[in-house]
Design a binder for this molecule. Structure first.
Ligand code: GTP
Ligand code: MG
Length: 221
């Protein structure tokens, strides 16, 4: 009888242990943190820029950007006012907990009020790897199409909030918002949802209000 090695299980349990360690460090620093996931080009860095524009200089914000290559996104976050760290995954389609742990080691966590983690643009891999952040956020954008909850259910099932970005494009794209929202409701009933445009700024107020509440809640814990 051949022996079986459960590689996937082992990878996930090693990842989960480090995710718990990351969570402890972030809790000790009372630093509210979010893991932003989305397909490539949905507007993750744009949302980070918009958020930084609203929260700095009153809040100290750190951004950790995950990409296969380049420091383009960390440069954008730094330009917008964050203390930024770039993770290059070298081909891996998601950030994992060990990568985040390394990046956290480059920051003095007690200095910050908010940590924004931008995951690699992908609607499949990031859903499987816990990082240890307080909240998992998904950005869906109008040009991706209204069928994405149905086709990528795992990503929609486990997130704590949903941002529907690029609503300024609704007049030009065949996107059935009711069909999209039915799919979301089926997978994640009652999911808190913000409809925004990072280009026009529409809807950003509600997102910032929610973020401020979460930051204050974590600080007062
Ligand atoms: N029309 C419109 N364009 C947007 C909006 N938000 C972002 N974009 C554009 O979408 C493109 C991608 O935006 P990014 O913020 O770089 O997307 P991303 O998700 O960070 O991309 P990756 O990190 O490469 O996965 C850019 O050209 C943005 O200007 C929006 O609300 N409306
Ligand atoms: Mg980006």
């Amino acid at each position: 009888m051949p022996r079986k090695v459960s590689i996937v299980e082992n990878i996930h349990s090693a990842n989960d242990q480090l995710a718990a360690d990351n969570q402890r460090k972030l809790d000790d620093a009372r630093l509210f943190s979010i893991n932003i996931m989305a397909s490539p080009g949905a507007g993750k860095t744009s949302l980070i820029e918009k958020t930084l524009g609203r929260l700095t200089p009153n809040h100290a914000v750190a951004a950790i950007d995950g990409d296969v290559a380049t420091s383009i996104d960390a440069d954008r976050a730094a330009e917008a006012g964050a203390t930024a760290v770039q993770i290059n995954t070298g081909g891996q389609c998601h950030i994992d907990a060990p990568m985040l742990s390394n990046a956290l080691g480059q920051l003095d966590l007690a200095e910050f009020d908010l940590l924004l983690v931008e995951n690699v643009g992908n609607l499949i891999c990031p859903a499987s790897f816990k990082l240890g952040t307080d909240k998992n956020i998904l950005i869906a954008s109008i040009p991706e199409g209204d069928d994405k909850p149905y086709k990528y259910p795992a990503m929609y099932q486990d997130v704590d909030a949903l941002i529907v970005n690029k609503i300024d494009l609704l007049p030009y794209i065949d996107f059935d918002m009711d069909y999209f929202q039915q799919g979301v409701q089926m997978l994640n009933p009652g999911l808190i949802t913000f409809k925004v445009s990072c280009t026009t700024g529409e809807g950003i107020d509600a997102w910032i209000t929610w973020l401020r509440e979460e930051i204050n809640h974590k600080k007062s814990r």
